[in-house]
Design a protein around this ligand. Structure first.
Ligand SMILES: Nc1ncnc2c1ncn2[C@@H]1O[C@H](COP(=O)(O)OP(=O)(O)O)[C@@H](O)[C@H]1O
Ligand SMILES: O=c1ccn([C@@H]2O[C@H](COP(=O)(O)OP(=O)(O)O)[C@@H](O)[C@H]2O)c(=O)[nH]1
Length: 342
């Protein structure tokens, strides 16, 4: 098919805001599209948020894909007024140019995934993925867990009689050590230490910097920190990089019959997680507080195996992963990326 050139300048475009009906064309959800204030174009918030037919078309047209794209709108009717009705706008079947935009993604990296054994190799790989995503135009908040080292310290201190809050505090210290490792690997000049609260981390993101956090308070894990940061900065996507391939019906390391969920609603995620143990150093793909925050915020979330950091990059860029999609409530009614993922 012939792909028409995008209009360079269209009188009256962009309108003040895009109506929900306009966005319904081609199955885009309103929050998948934001206006570019500077030209006759519309920015897709992120690759993963684009409806699948659109993504497929862009792939077919041979564009280099990035985590975010600037796409032009073809205005079929020649009208580009604010009152343009649904059906008059068709998203061009081609990205006109890659564009650095601000998809906000929070990546929560389990300590056992970031530092599976002493040494910096895996940390360097994760840092490279974060840097690549930033180069693509993403604003990245990384939250780092404590992994095996935290569990060793917690185990030793438990034997010595420390209480659960003291153990959590110990765990937090280790998450921050791991966060410092990631910072060292990032070679960022602007962040020198892990952010200790969400405002500090949010400020880094607002400045266009990467933010790196470890734990913040006892009685939770960094999973909850990731969810809270994602909610605080209004992230487009939250990714949990864990040592398991997703959320299972039971612990896959304990139960051979455990099956992986390709997709869950946030409420279903809460139900699965509610059955798991919760004490200092406990293992879960996502902790209960995190699941509740995801539920209340409607955050688009992916739980995946992060032992190969490239999987994180693929999931953010293309929505392509073998993990578990946590689907915002109600998304099934619209042909969004989430609903069409299969
Ligand atoms: N239902 C479940 N689905 C997936 N993993 C589970 C489940 N129940 C318990 N687990 C355990 O959760 C852990 C998640 O991976 P882990 O890497 O420890 O978490 P984190 O990424 O937070 O460090 C695994 O050790 C796994 O055995
Ligand atoms: O905000 C936080 C983050 C972590 N922790 C403690 O630190 C441990 C290790 O963190 P996490 O479980 O997130 O590390 P992971 O196992 O995911 O690598 C947790 O089990 C908690 O005991 C905490 O109390 N509050």
């Amino acid at each position: 098919m012939t792909i028409p050139a995008p209009p360079n300048r269209v009188e009256g475009w962009p309108p003040a805001r895009l109506e929900a009906d306009d966005c319904a064309v081609n199955g885009a959800s309103p929050d998948a599209i934001r206006l570019n204030s500077s030209g006759g174009s519309v920015r897709a918030v992120g690759w993963a948020t684009l409806p699948k037919p659109f993504r497929t078309q862009l792939e077919r047209d041979g564009e280099t894909l990035a985590c975010s794209l600037e796409v032009a709108l073809e205005i079929e009717s020649g009208s580009c007024s604010h009152a343009t009705a649904a059906g008059q706008l068709t998203i061009l079947k081609r990205a006109t140019r890659l564009h650095r935009i601000s998809m906000k993604v929070v990546v929560s990296i389990g300590g056992s995934v970031l530092v599976p054994e002493p040494g910096g190799d895996r940390v360097a790989e994760h840092a490279a993925v974060v840097e690549d995503l930033v180069a693509d135009g993403c604003r990245v908040g990384a939250v780092v867990g404590g992994g095996g080292v935290a569990r060793e310290y917690i185990g030793a201190a438990r034997e010595l009689g420390a209480n659960e809050i003291e153990l959590d505090q110990l765990g937090i210290d280790v998450t921050r050590l791991n966060a410092r490792l990631l910072i060292a690997a990032l070679g960022e000049e602007t962040i020198t230490a892990p952010a200790e609260d969400y405002e500090e981390a949010g400020e880094s993101l607002r400045q266009g910097d990467v933010s790196v956090m470890g734990g913040v308070a006892p009685a939770q894990t960094t999973d909850a920190v990731g969810a809270a940061l994602a909610e605080y900065v209004d992230a487009d996507l939250l990714v949990y990089a864990t040592s398991v391939p997703g959320v299972f019906s039971a612990d896959p390391n304990e139960d051979d019959d455990a099956t992986k969920y390709a997709e869950l609603t946030a409420t279903e995620l809460v139900d699965v997680i509610a059955g798991l143990e919760m004490n200092a150093g406990a293992s879960a793909p996502v902790d209960l507080l995190a699941a509740k925050i995801i539920e209340r915020s409607g955050m688009r979330t992916i739980v995946l195996d992060g032992t190969d950091p490239e999987r994180i990059a693929r999931a953010v860029r293309y929505g392509d992963h073998d993990g578990t999609d946590v689907v915002p409530e109600g998304a099934g009614e619209e042909p969004t990326y989430w609903a069409q993922n299969d």
